[in-house]
Design a protein around this ligand. Structure first.
Ligand code: CTP
Length: 411
């Protein structure tokens, strides 16, 4: 998920609906960012959720249980051996009736515990004993974050289906600058609201393409583009949050697939085309976010090109247009195209929507979108034009998914 380090403290009022009546457990571990957990608790309670708080012993050194008790309106649990809990089974009792557990901040130590299934305190034990989804908001010094052990644990947690919010780059309490700052309370709140929000695409199968393609010139070189895959991955995440069964066909990108999303890795446009055409007949919605190379090399070499022969002649041939091919299927899914333009956005986007024969097209300016964590989009459909202001890509993706769901509802 992408946050560019800017502070975003505002809460999107429309996002709070999903949390009303939800039973949330907030776990707090021992980091300086624990102070933000107090604000998070306030937002979650204000949105109408029932909040229980569990703190580790180290967390209690940064914020007091009394603070969290006051904000949550409920007793705070810090001890595995609390005699006040019926059956002395706090780890089971506390995890069983919850809709979601969020650990914020999650220290490097706590991530390691989760990754290894340790259960040596109340919070780690109830995370292990839970039946509900778990999300963590990591917070730590940048070197601890970048350490191979933490990155290994992160990969394990993601593979285990745990949602990871942030962290963000920025100023750190230790005086250093880098990756590891916990998201702001309002940002974590928005993530929780998205996880618990209305399942607008429940029962729908959504197919998404993302990232660049790579067209080989020889065995070590190729033609590609600057697409990072972030927007497509955000669309896949937003569709999964909305309850869809999502398959992501991804070109070369180091990004991790969002939780609950099936991923198919491809390299060339033709591989992407073949994967998509195999999956499209089962899809209800197809969102083509990938920056597909329009051309491939007609005569790629099977060995590395040598300089001796002078500049090579590279002949190009056209790639299949995946979006147009899906839109032309007899039982075509609801198709959404993306357009990356460098000028005349409106005119080119509308022409592209007609040419590709799709009901909805999202247009952006390539230089303002490629590789960045945020973007601005304009949606074009039969009803006209809808501008989505600059925001993190995941926020835009959620708005796009809500727009798709509304259009599907009217069909
Ligand atoms: N697309 C696709 N297959 C291709 C090329 C593009 O599926 N071979 C999809 C993209 O994923 C995007 C949309 O078509 O959703 C627009 O792609 P773009 O490259 O901007 O449009 P082109 O039709 O290639 O037009 P141009 O490059 O001339 O702007």
């Amino acid at each position: 998920m992408g946050y560019n380090g800017e502070r975003r403290d505002r809460v999107d009022a429309t996002a709070t609906a999903g949390l009303a009546g939800k039973r949330i457990l907030l776990g707090i571990t021992g980091g300086i960012a624990a102070y933000k957990a107090a604000e998070l608790a306030r937002l979650v309670v204000k949105a109408g959720a029932d909040l229980r708080v569990v703190m580790t012993a180290s967390a209690c050194r940064f914020v007091t249980p009394v603070t969290m008790q006051g904000l949550s309106g409920n007793p705070v649990y810090t001890d595995m051996w609390d005699p006040g809990v019926p059956n002395n089974m706090a780890h089971i009792e506390l995890s069983r009736d919850r809709d979601l557990i969020v650990v914020a901040p999650a220290t490097a130590d706590f991530m390691a515990k989760l990754a290894h299934g340790l259960a040596d305190d109340l919070l780690a034990t109830l995370c292990l004993a839970r039946e509900c989804p778990l999300a963590i908001a990591p917070a730590m010094n940048r070197q601890m974050w970048e350490h191979p052990a933490t990155q290994r644990n992160l990969a394990t947690l993601r593979a285990d289906g745990i949602a990871v919010f942030g962290p963000a780059p920025g100023d750190q309490a230790c005086g250093e600058v880098g990756m590891g700052r916990m998201l702001e309370a309002a940002e974590i709140f928005a993530e929780l609201a998205a996880m618990t929000g209305p399942k607008r695409l429940a029962g729908k199968r959504v197919l998404v393409t993302a990232g660049p393609t790579f067209e080989p010139i020889d065995t070590v070189r190729g033609i590609t583009n600057l697409s990072s895959g972030k927007m497509g991955f955000a669309v896949a995440q937003a569709a999964a949050e909305a309850g869809a069964e999502v398959t992501l066909v991804a070109g070369p990108t180091p990004l991790a697939a969002p939780p609950g999303v099936a991923r198919r890795d491809v390299v060339t446009a033709r591989e992407m085309h073949d994967a998509v055409m195999g999956l499209a007949p089962r899809a209800d919605v197809f969102v083509a976010v990938a920056a597909v190379s329009d051309y491939r090399v007609a005569n790629p070499r099977q060995t590395k090109l040598k300089k001796d022969g002078g500049p090579p002649r590279i002949e190009l041939t056209e790639n299949p247009d995946i979006l147009a091919a899906v839109a032309a299927l007899p039982q075509a899914p609801f198709c959404v195209g993306f357009a990356a333009e460098t000028e005349n956005l409106r005119e080119y986007a509308q022409a592209k929507r007609r040419k590709k024969g799709v009901p909805l097209l999202a247009a952006n300016l390539a230089h303002e979108a490629f590789g960045r964590d945020d973007n601005a989009l304009t949606l074009f459909d039969d009803a006209g034009e809808h501008a989505l202001a600059r925001a993190p890509k995941i926020v835009l993706a959620r708005k796009l998914v809500a727009h798709i769901a509304a259009m599907l509802g009217k069909r």
